[in-house]
Design a protein around this ligand. Structure first.
Ligand code: GDP
Ligand code: MG
Length: 670
């Protein structure tokens, strides 16, 4: 008999760390609010009957963000046996705010009081027994990161799940709000039961004026009236609005509770250190220059100092491997076409992409350092003012930064945005942030045309992506996305030293994804392209690929790109195949030019492009619609095929305009 356990808590309270401890799995941990976007499941260690679900981090159960809705729906619909509420003990007041709301759901709960190591180190203490008594549920002090108290927590949770239901206490309301909640509870009792809502939760939601819950209860006109009267009466008596009244009630209860149970004489060491660091890193004037300096340093290290060298080494190895394979195939007397398929198709295609592995792993290494240390959250905070001018908020910065890695998780992370308008706009703009899959394309073109200015070209292209996003935002803010971004609230986590395990895990995941892509999509695409460029319409092997099926197809669309300066069928073909995965642009061009090795590829490219058209080609490649995976993510998040198609059209249109500008303006100079 399996049963569900739900892990709920604020963002950055250590939920994923605890989830990994409880289940023995390896989910990504980050010191960054909003990292976990989808719920994850796993079995509790040594308890195959208990399925644990890691819910997104939330601060309340009001439907302000889609994550809050996900969490709410999950708990209400799936009815977990026990809720494990993880609390960051260094921020106990704020964390208890969610606890009080979870208690209203009337499901057995256990509190995991996390980060106790930091509380202890700062000389604080928490009276766990008293806290447990007052809330009517077990409270287990733990340190997820240091693996303390985990077995005890598991024991208590399992015992709770398997014994008769013991529900959290509900005596934390008082005064006018108390009156309102209880009188509304009487009125809606039947409807709440029918809709499957816990009564107390439903009544509180009525006081709060929560639209979706009101709908779900199917109240009569009369009942709505009465509820309206009761709440206005309450508002009048208290002199505040309904939401503030509820928040006041909860906070005053929490205040009393903490006054009795929590001894926190000073800020934790981490908080003190964080404030000191923040005085520099979020400085009013220096914050943004520091950020850009840091990004420059990262790019320089990634593309030049470390990554470039590693890439050269790997390239050498791959070439040697292909050489050996060639000899072996020749020795084994394998037929010429098969040899060509393996060497000119598979090896050339996959190999051309594979050598970028070090760059990608390195870029993610630096990005995860920024994220885990807590710096990224600051950057979002600092960027808020700038983004606001573009009609976005600091929240949108998060997906955009993740977008430098990969658009798919970036688009998914827009779920942390609370306004629909901000979300849609962010989803549309994020793919302009050049993702790591485009690195091989930059690498290929710079090696061929600008070998001595690789770094410069690279940075200009990243900036070009940002510039296009800025221009698009300015355009959209006055047209398709009228309105104001929501105010920016994001808690700044304490700076922490990133754990090597977490960073290593992140790099490994990215390497795995990349390798998987190289050996599936790019592998297949290379084979298909080899076939299409080796045969003509009558399936005769052609000696000159310009007679091939692919050349025929490519030439059909090639004229479209004439205003951008490149009308070679191989370029347009590469752009089409690039939609499967951006790296395919490189493998396609490699296969199509029949080049083996970098030097040959560079020479072949020089026949397809001039330096100027190469830049225009790059411009188009960076900006046009993202790959299939990102497009699917867009569709999923927008919940609309039409929206996804419009987004892709907009992006491709923007790419076309920018590339045409580059080419047409550039022509005057060269
Ligand atoms: P989530 O956002 O709630 O899933 O939180 P994470 O599990 O990603 O953790 C957020 C940050 O807190 C990470 O940097 C963790 O290493 C850190 N962390 C988690 N648990 C503890 C703990 O018990 N003690 C300390 N000192 N740090 C912790
Ligand atoms: Mg998490």
């Amino acid at each position: 008999m399996q049963y569900l356990l739900a892990l709920a808590g604020n963002q950055n309270s250590g939920k994923t760390t605890l989830f990994n401890r409880l289940t023995g799995s390896n989910q990504h941990v980050g010191n960054f609010p909003g990292v976990t976007v989808e719920k994850k499941e796993g079995f509790v260690k040594n308890h195959k009957e208990a399925v644990l679900v890691d819910l997104p981090g939330i601060y309340s159960l009001s439907p302000y963000t889609s994550e809050e809705v996900v969490t709410r729906d999950f708990i209400l619909e799936e009815g977990p046996r026990v809720i494990i509420n993880i609390i960051d003990a260094t921020n106990i007041e704020r964390n208890l705010y969610l606890t009080l709301q979870l208690m209203e759901l009337q499901i057995p709960m256990v509190i995991a009081l996390n980060m106790m190591d930091e509380v202890r180190a700062s000389g604080g203490s928490i009276n766990v027994a008293e806290l447990s008594k007052r809330l009517g549920m077990p409270v287990i002090p733990i340190s997820a990161a240091k693996n303390e108290g985990i077995t005890e927590l598991i024991d208590v949770v399992i015992q709770r799940a398997e014994s008769p239901r013991e529900l959290p206490r509900l005596d934390f309301c008082h005064g006018e709000v108390h009156k309102a909640i209880h009188s509304i509870a009487h009125i809606i009792e039947d409807q709440a039961q029918r809709a499957g809502y816990p009564l107390r939760f439903a009544a509180t939601k009525m006081v709060e004026g929560d639209g979706p819950t009101m709908e779900a209860l199917h109240l009569t006109e009369n009942q709505r009236d009465i509820i309206g009267h009761v709440t206005s009466e309450m508002e009048e008596m208290l002199g505040t609005d309904r939401e503030a009244a509820l928040a006041d009630m909860r906070y005053s209860y929490i205040e009393g509770l903490c006054a009795d149970c929590v001894k926190k004489h000073r800020e934790t060491n981490e908080q003190i250190r964080s404030e000191r660091i923040d005085r520099v890193l979020t400085h009013r004037v220096f914050a943004i220059p520091i950020f850009f300096g840091m990004m420059l340093l990262i790019f320089w290290l990634t593309f030049d100092v470390i990554g470039g060298r590693l890439q050269g080494l790997l390239e050498g190895l791959i070439d040697r491997g292909a050489g050996l394979l060639g000899e072996a195939l020749a020795a084994a007397d394998v037929s010429a076409w098969m040899r060509s398929l393996l060497l000119d198709g598979v090896c050339a295609g996959v190999g051309s992409v594979l050598s970028f592995l070090p760059l990608i792993v390195l870029l993610f290494f630096f990005l995860s350092l920024l994220e885990d240390s807590g710096y990224m959250a600051r950057v979002a905070f600092v960027m808020d003012k700038l983004l606001r001018r573009l009609g976005l908020s600091g929240r949108s910065f998060v997906p955009m930064l993740i977008g430098f890695g990969c658009s798919v998780p970036a688009i998914m992370s827009t779920r942390t945005l609370s306004s629909d308008r901000d979300r849609k706009m962010t989803i549309l703009l994020t793919p302009f942030m050049s993702c790591s899959a485009k690195l091989p394309i930059y690498g290929m073109i710079t090696a061929a045309f600008f070998p001595r200015h690789g770094g410069l070209v690279m940075i200009s292209l990243y900036l070009l992506g940002i510039l296009t996003a800025v221009l698009s935002a300015l355009l959209l803010k006055g047209t398709a996305f009228k309105g104001k971004p929501v105010p920016f609230v994001m808690e700044l986590p304490a700076y922490r030293v990133p754990s090597p395990k977490s960073v290593g895990l992140h790099m490994w995941e990215k390497a795995k994804d990349f390798l998987k892509k190289a050996f599936t999509i790019i592998f297949l695409a290379s084979i298909v392209i080899w076939f299409l460029q080796s045969f003509d319409w009558h399936f005769n092997l052609v000696s000159d690929s310009s007679q091939s099926i692919l050349a025929g197809l490519g030439s059909l669309i090639a004229p479209v790109f004439a205003p951008l300066g490149f009308s070679d069928w191989r370029a347009s073909t590469a752009l089409i195949t690039g939609i499967t995965a951006k790296e395919t642009v490189v493998s396609t061009l490699t296969v199509l030019t029949g080049a083996s090795g970098d030097a040959q590829l560079s020479m072949a490219l020089a026949q397809i492009f001039t330096p100027l058209t190469a830049i225009s080609f790059l411009t188009f490649t960076i900006l046009y619609m993202p790959c299939i995976a990102a497009l699917a993510a867009t569709r999923r998040e927008l919940k609309s095929t039409r929206g996804a198609v419009l987004t892709a059209l907009f992006q491709t249109g923007a790419a076309y305009v920018m590339a045409a500008l580059v080419y047409q303006v550039g022509r005057f100079f060269v």
